[in-house]
Design a protein around this ligand. Structure first.
Ligand code: C2E
Ligand code: SIN
Ligand code: SIN
Ligand code: FE
Length: 513
């Protein structure tokens, strides 16, 4: 809904604000032309909050309905009871409230024959806002009626406007759980905010980290729209346009929102001691209601940002930790870090094709690089042996599964727990002849079954100290051979039926020569 209310404040310079003013739309429904003429005369020159009236005349209930169809801004309808039928006016009221579900327009019955529709019954049974006898409505009474009904209509509209705004805040907030990244979320919220308020689409959202020892502000741009779109993520605000960084500095000093000629800068303190800055360019001045809504928005958004920051940080930390750990092991085993990345991505793909819930897919993607973490405990001489392992070496090598569990099971984090489960079970075989526990079929955890397949699929096509990479054909033949013996048949089918997607991951993250 657009803002239709004049802001009565004067700006300091004395100019009336340029706020879009619409006339108040009043509909008269009466089959007596005389009533229309008298009413128009009585309301001549009437103004409410600086806006005039737009009077619509309907000479039958049917014509009244048509106005309700074509206009959504009727503030007040004054409706005669007896027109086409004894109760045509009452039917119209029923139609507006119950069929059109319009509860906003104020409805006043005006009757010349009170006996036809007794006041008490009509007010009780119909959702109307007032009941007047034609003889009651002197000029002054009519004007008084208009003031009070327009006030009520205005308040209803404000409530609806804010309710819509709040609904958007809630929508945006619930979106966060699914947002891939802070930037995606922040940009979506900015877009909503600017469109809701009919602002210029140019806006920036920056996060300022707590002051370092040297008093310099560390900051980065999280979202940018409209004219600012080139200052995408991670731009420090000292690298933003001069006027913007000047204003940011001012707002940071005052620690409060500030209103400039052509922009509004909001300030919200963050939990970590830093703050968030929202820069909104605007082509018009903001009314009180806009500002109120902006406050509601930014408060909710700030809370959301705090949460998402935390989530993001946790996620990043975990990811870093996992890759660092896995890389360290990979580096020792002279495999490249690309192997763990490919296993992560192909495991994600396979988990999704298998139909696991999204939350589990993400966990498997993040935890699967940990499958060989236990190799950290295997001596270099075995790990780097160019040829075949002897029986003793092989016995020790097989223990990397158990070692992985030992390392990871100390943590209670879901990610680490799943990593432990994968480490322990990624060399089990569907037919029960794998190690370390000889589990078979679905007794092997699903994440282990998935990683078993993606690990071997990737290992076969890769160089090892003891082997050359196999050709694509040899790899797929081996996987097909393993269907139902080494690997779960359904997983093999999914991989082979989507081979292009799996091979694409290998091509995208190749081992260095
Ligand atoms: P990896 O190199 O990451 O291999 C993972 C899995 O891929 C292997 O698990 C196996 O199922 C499959 N795979 C890898 N290369 C070959 C191959 O040349 N032929 C066949 N048929 N399958 C292959 P697996 O067998 O349990 O081995 C676990 C780990 O033990 C391997 O991880 C590797 O680090 C080590 N390893 C296995 N065999 C040898 C070997 O002959 N020499 C050396 N130096 N290490 C070996
Ligand atoms: C209208 O726009 O006036 C009709 C529906 C409503 O918002 O209540
Ligand atoms: C009415 O329909 O007359 C009142 C309903 C409302 O306040 O939304
Ligand atoms: Fe392994």
């Amino acid at each position: 809904m657009e803002l239709i209310f004049a802001d009565e404040e004067e700006t300091p310079s004395g100019h009336q604000k340029k706020v879009f003013k619409k006339p108040w739309c009043i509909l008269l429904v009466d089959d007596d032309a005389e009533v229309h003429a008298v009413t128009r005369l009585a309301l001549k020159g009437f103004e409410f909050q600086g806006s005039e009236l737009e009077l619509l005349s309907a000479y039958s209930a049917q014509a009244g309905r048509e106005f309700f169809h074509s206009r959504d801004d009727i503030a007040l309808a004054i409706v005669d009871v007896v027109m086409e039928t004894d109760h045509a006016g009452l039917d119209l009221v029923h139609y507006v409230r119950n069929t059109l579900e319009n509860h906003r327009t104020r409805l006043v019955m005006r009757t010349g024959q009170p006996g036809q529709a007794p006041e008490d019954r009509v007010i009780r049974e119909y959702d109307i806002d007032d009941y007047k006898e034609k003889t009651d409505l002197t000029i002054q009474k009519l004007r008084t009626l208009l003031y009070s009904k327009l006030r009520a209509y205005r308040d209803l509209c404000i409530i609806e406007y804010q309710r819509d705004g709040l609904a958007r805040v809630l929508d945006a907030t619930s979106m966060v759980q699914n947002a891939e990244s802070l930037t995606v979320f922040a940009t979506a919220v900015l877009d909503q905010l600017t469109s809701l308020l009919n602002l210029d689409r140019s806006a920036l959202y920056c996060i300022v980290l707590p002051n370092g020892d040297n008093g310099e502000h560390e900051s980065k741009t999280i979202a940018a729209t409209g004219d600012f779109v080139q200052y995408s993520t991670d731009t420090r605000f000292t690298d933003l346009p001069e006027i913007v960084s000047q204003r940011f500095t001012q707002v940071l000093e005052k620690r409060a929102a500030q209103h400039f000629d052509d922009a509004y800068v909001l300030y919200t303190a963050a939990k970590n001691g830093g703050c968030n800055l929202l820069y909104l360019k605007h082509a018009r001045e903001l009314g009180n209601m806009d500002r109120q809504l902006l406050e509601i928005y930014t408060q909710s958004v700030a809370i959301t940002f705090d949460n998402i920051n935390l989530q993001e940080e946790l996620r990043e930390t975990q990811k870093e930790l996992v890759y660092t750990l896995a890389d360290a092991v990979e580096a020792r085993s002279k495999d490249s870090g690309a192997h763990v990345k490919r296993v992560a991505l192909t495991s994600e793909l396979l988990a999704r094709l298998y139909g696991l819930p999204e939350s589990q897919i993400v966990l498997i993607k993040t935890a699967s690089p940990l499958h060989d973490i236990g190799k950290a405990a295997i001596p270099d001489t075995i790990l780097h042996k160019p040829g075949k392992l002897d029986a003793d070496e092989w016995t020790l090598m097989q223990q990397h599964a158990q070692f992985g569990l030992d390392i990871l099971q100390r943590s209670n984090r879901p990610l680490m727990k799943l990593g432990a489960e994968i480490a322990l079970s990624h060399h089990e075989r569907w037919d029960g002849t794998g190690y370390p526990n000889g589990l078979a079929g679905t007794a092997i955890p699903v994440a282990g079954r998935i990683t078993a397949l993606t690990d071997v699929f990737d290992a076969l096509g890769s160089r090892r100290s003891f082997k050359e990479p196999w050709s694509d054909e040899m790899v797929t033949d081996a996987i097909r051979q393993g269907r139902g013996t080494q690997f779960e048949p359904a997983l093999v089918d999914l991989l082979l039926n989507n081979l292009d997607a799996f091979n694409a991951v290998r091509r995208e993250f190749p081992d260095p020569d």
